[in-house]
Each structure stands twice: as structure tokens, then as C-alpha cells.
Design a protein around this ligand. Structure first.
Ligand SMILES: NC(=O)c1ccc[n+]([C@@H]2O[C@H](COP(=O)([O-])OP(=O)(O)OC[C@H]3O[C@@H](n4cnc5c(N)ncnc54)[C@H](O)[C@@H]3O)[C@@H](O)[C@H]2O)c1
Length: 437
């Protein structure tokens, strides 16, 4: 048997720092409160409902994941966060309009206690938003110090044992890696110099990672996936995960595309369009924020279908992704996919997917799982990029020179094998010859 990894127990309280108290964050927090009270079930959450098979199929051992690895219990989570609006978490959840008021009212006192701290915000990075609850500072370094002070105060006030941070803020404008991101020194100089290459999200990420706090990015913007912050995470032993939660249309894409490729069915075209009416949809209506999202959504098929290995099947694939802001729909996104397939002898077929989903209902269990698994990683001494959490993301962060794994089923196998590895259990290869020997 392999040796188990030494994992510190999940003792005491875990502070969950959420940047942006919008639809995703409030649905996560209100959901956790409702589940704690036994009012709802944590559907969609692997940490709460998932199981992992251990040993051979004949052993019949499939315990719950939460019984295999030590995870923080929902009762031990304390939420805090920042937003540019002053609304407390109850008011923000009402504005988001995801969870019905009758359920929200049952957890209202708990939600009202969560009031966002003033945000680090600059409209240059999110053009469609503006709000009053914003920090002022000498420069971005000073703003980072203010975020650190918020974090330390929150930790002391609630007597927290550990913390994790998840960026659930709006999608910032498209940015590429540059000189300011190349090293910790360059990054710190850029903070002092108020360099425009450092968006607000990086200020929070820097503050968290410098404290050794695990950090995840739920949005597609460039944040902790830069050499400077990866190097800082190595120094402070902070685990990292991201980016862009895999919900809705992309979730479906990473379920369907591996199946088509497995059967060597060609794909000539994949046209995806969405209507979405929440604040996220409004922010994504700005072409610069949309470009960030588009890049994240479009890379998925290339990696899964591997046109370089299968030129006859996927070389000329036409992949189009659209998001249209349509206020009447609120958070209840509707996505349409038209897939043009090619089969035996070049005969054409079509597949249509019409997904009437709820964005934040799909996102909330991911935020919870990522927070709990990142805390597990920290206690297990795993730092830097946590590729085993790719399962949750549209654009999985990965080591340089390595292509990201997008196939949902490979991602799940990687996640569960990581749990087996942590516990010193045999990894499952699915070879299975022993059953026939
Ligand atoms: N819901 C999903 O299925 C899903 C999937 C993938 C990614 N995402 C991403 O998650 C993020 C959150 O989505 P949402 O639906 O909750 O959006 P939202 O607009 O409801 O919430 C975002 C919140 O972030 C706040 N904000 C923006 N910039 C900030 C800053 N610098 N500091 C603090 N707060 C800031 C906004 O005021 C807003 O309240 C978006 O970037 C979205 O693209 C969502």
C-alpha cells in the first residue's frame, strides 16, 4: 500500500473570503445557511454528496468523500467579503434574484450580518459597473495593505483557524501577461507605481497569497495565473486554483465533446449562443469583458478534440460563442448549441442542445467545493497550482508547457485519484485484469 499523506485535521473555523457579493457568492452563502438548517440539500456538491470508490470493485467500499478526507464542516464556515455596493448579503441576494424570498427569509438574520468591506475597484477594468463602497489609497500597494488588514481583522474577530479566498467578482477586461507580472519584485514595483497592468483582482490575490491563504479565481480574467503570483504562492505555500467556473454551456460542452471524440465522430461546426439577464450578463455585454470570457470558452473544444491528432475530424471546426444580455431572463440563462457532426463515409448529422439552466445554482456548489478542497490542500501541504481541481473550471490553470485537461471525466478521475493518493489508497487505473485471472 502507498503511504498516506500527513493531513492536519480540519479543526476550528474556516473563513471563506469572497470577493464580490453578487449572484454566485450570495447563492453560495445563502445555500450553505439553508443546508445547515436542514432546509435544503447540497445538490451538485462533491464534497457534500460525492463518494469515492476505494480498492477493488469486489470490495464494495465507496464511502462518502467527506468520510475519506478531513474537510471542514459547513457549520464551521464563516463568510466575509468585499463589494463595491454596500448591500448586506441578504439585500444582495434579493437583488440577484436567484433564491426565492421565502427561503432567503429563513436565513435572513445570518445573511444580514455579512456586510461587504469596501472594495478595491477601478472602472477601467469593469466598464459597466460603478459603486460607492470603494477603498481609497495612495497606490495599489497601499490598497493591498488595506485588504490584508481586512483579512486579519476578520480572522481575529471570528477567531478563525484558517482562510480561503475565492474571486467571485465581475469579469475584468481582457489582459495578457506582461513585464509587471514576470516576477514578485516586478509585481511589487508595479503595485507601488500604480501600473495599469495590475487590475483590482490581482491586488486581492496578492494580499491573500502573501498571507499563505489558498486562492481560487471563479472568473476568467488574468489574476493569480501569472509568474509573480505563482512564485509568491511557492514561497508562502498557498494552493491556487482557477479559472472561470465550469457551469452551463461549457459544462455541457465538456460532457458531450469527449463522447463524440471517443467515438471518432467528426465535428464541422459548434455554434453556441446564450441569453442571460443578470449583472454578469450586463458586464459581459461590454466587448472587452466579453473577450476575456470568449477566450476562456473557446479554448475548450480545441483541447478536447485535439485537431492536430485528428485532422480529418476536427481540423476545420468552426466554433462560435455568443452571449447576449437579455434582462427579462435574470439569472435563468438559456443556452442553445447547434453541433454539425460528420459520421461514417462523411454523412452529416446534427445535434441540438437547449439548456435552460440557472447560472448561480450551478456555480454555488462549485464555490463551496473549491473552498473546502483548497483548504484540504493547504492542510495536506500541497501548494501552488492544484491541477486536480481542473474539474471545476473552464480554463484550468496549469504548469507552463503543459496542455490543460478539459475532459470532465478525466478531470474527475484525476480528482478522485488525488483523494486516494492523499489517503494512501491504491490509484484506480480501470485495467481490471485481476477480475478475470
Ligand atoms: N454563474 C456562473 O455560472 C458563472 C460561471 C463562470 C464564471 N462566473 C463568473 O463569476 C463572477 C461572478 O458572477 P455573478 O453572476 O455572481 O456576477 P454578479 O455581477 O452578480 O456579481 C459580481 C459582483 O462582484 C462585484 N465586484 C466587481 N468588481 C469588484 C471588485 N473589484 N471588488 C469587489 N467586488 C467587485 C460586483 O459589484 C458584483 O456584486 C463573474 O465574473 C462571472 O463571469 C460565473
Amino acid at each position: 500500500m502507498p503511504t498516506p499523506v500527513d493531513i492536519a485535521p480540519a479543526r476550528g473555523k474556516l473563513g471563506v473570503l469572497l470577493v464580490g457579493l453578487g449572484a454566485v457568492s450570495t447563492t453560495t452563502i445563502a445555500g450553505v445557511m439553508a443546508i445547515r438548517k436542514g432546509l435544503s440539500k447540497p445538490i451538485g456538491s462533491l464534497t457534500q454528496m460525492g463518494t469515492v470508490r476505494l480498492g477493488k470493485r469486489t470490495e464494495g467500499r465507496s464511502p462518502k468523500i467527506s468520510d475519506v478526507v478531513p474537510l471542514s464542516s459547513l457549520d464551521d464556515l464563516v463568510f466575509g467579503g468585499w463589494d463595491i455596493f454596500e448591500d448586506d448579503c441578504y439585500a444582495a441576494a434579493r437583488t440577484a434574484g436567484v433564491i426565492e424570498p421565502s427561503l432567503l427569509d429563513k436565513v435572513r438574520p445570518e445573511l444580514e450580518q455579512i456586510r461587504p468591506w469596501p472594495a478595491v475597484f477601478d472602472q477601467r477594468y469593469v466598464k459597466r459597473l460603478d459603486g460607492p463602497n470603494v477603498k481609497k489609497g495612495k497606490n495599489k500597494k497601499d490598497l493591498a495593505e488595506q485588504v490584508t488588514a481586512d483579512i486579519r481583522r476578520f480572522k481575529a474577530d471570528h477567531q478563525l483557524d484558517r482562510l480561503v479566498m475565492v474571486w467571485c467578482g465581475s469579469t475584468e477586461v481582457f489582459a495578457t501577461e506582461g513585464a509587471a507580472h514576470a516576477s514578485i519584485e516586478a509585481f511589487e514595483r508595479a503595485l507601488e507605481a500604480n501600473d495599469p497592468a495590475i487590475p483590482s483582482s490581482m491586488v486581492y490575490a496578492y494580499a491573500a497569497i502573501r498571507e499563505g491563504i489558498p486562492y481560487a479565481n471563479a472568473a476568467p480574467n488574468l489574476t493569480a495565473d501569472i509568474p509573480a503570483l505563482v512564485a509568491l504562492a511557492a514561497q508562502t505555500k498557498a494552493p491556487l486554483a482557477g479559472k472561470d467556473l465550469k457551469t452551463g454551456q461549457t459544462l455541457m460542452k465538456t460532457i458531450i465533446a469527449p463522447g463524440l471524440k471517443a467515438r471518432l465522430l467528426g465535428v464541422e461546426g459548434w455554434y453556441s449562443t446564450n441569453i442571460l439577464g443578470n449583472r454578469d450578463g450586463e458586464v459581459l455585454d461590454d466587448p472587452e469583458s466579453f473577450k476575456t470570457k470568449e477566450e476562456s470558452k473557446k479554448s475548450v473544444l480545441d483541447y478536447i478534440l485535439q485537431p492536430q491528432l485528428y485532422p480529418d475530424l476536427y481540423e476545420d471546426l468552426c466554433h462560435v460563442v455568443r452571449i447576449n444580455y437579455y434582462p427579462p431572463r435574470g439569472d435563468n440563462k438559456e443556452g442553445w448549441d447547434n453541433i454539425d457532426l460528420v459520421g461514417w463515409l462523411g454523412y452529416r448529422m446534427q445535434l441540438k442542445i437547449n439548456f435552460l439552466c440557472r447560472d448561480s445554482i450551478l456555480a454555488a456548489p462549485i464555490v463551496l467545493d473549491v473552498a473546502l478542497f483548497l483548504d484540504l490542500a493547504k492542510r495536506a501541504g500541497m501548494h501552488g497550482i492544484q491541477e486536480w481541481l481542473s474539474f471545476y473550471f473552464k480554463s484550468p490553470v496549469h504548469a507552463p508547457g503543459l496542455y490543460p485537461e478539459h475532459d470532465l471525466f478525466i478531470q474527475l478521475m484525476k480528482l478522485k485519484n488525488t483523494l486516494r493518493y492523499l489517503k494512501g489508497e491504491e490509484l484506480i487505473t480501470h485495467l481490471g485484469r485481476e477480475y478475470y485471472d
